[in-house]
Design a protein around this ligand. Structure first.
Ligand SMILES: [Zn+2]
Length: 115
């Protein structure tokens, strides 16, 4: 299942491959301020279709997760990091995915604040 997404201005576009669903609402400091809803896939399943466009990156705390955002419109379409086993993962912000009704999906709550 191919999923297309972008930031608000379209500067950053991507295609993600996987079974869309299993959305995660995390209460950590950045997810709560951004209001992201995350969908995790292997990094190799994410293809950025605008590699020539600037993508700003924010890191904090242990600086292990790259929180990308568009320098033009400020939307944060995805992030990159590793799972507990060292696999490269992409955290897709489901709110930047095109043409999906997010109300149809179950949202799991994750206590990232306590990590
Ligand atoms: Zn943008």
């Amino acid at each position: 299942m191919k999923i297309n997404g972008s930031c608000h201005c379209g500067n950053i576009r991507y295609q993600a491959d996987g079974e869309f669903g299993d959305l995660l609402s995390c209460n950590c400091s950045i997810c709560s301020k951004r209001g992201s809803l995350l969908w995790f896939i292997p990094r190799s399943n994410l293809s950025v279709s605008t590699p020539d466009k600037p993508l700003s990156t924010y890191t904090f705390n242990s600086h292990k997760i790259k929180h990308h955002f568009c320098p033009v419109c400020g939307c944060a379409p995805f992030g990159e990091g590793e799972d507990g086993k060292g696999n490269s993962m992409a955290a897709i912000n489901a709110r930047c995915v095109d043409n999906v009704d997010l109300s149809q999906f179950k949202i799991n709550h994750f206590d990232g604040k306590s990590l």
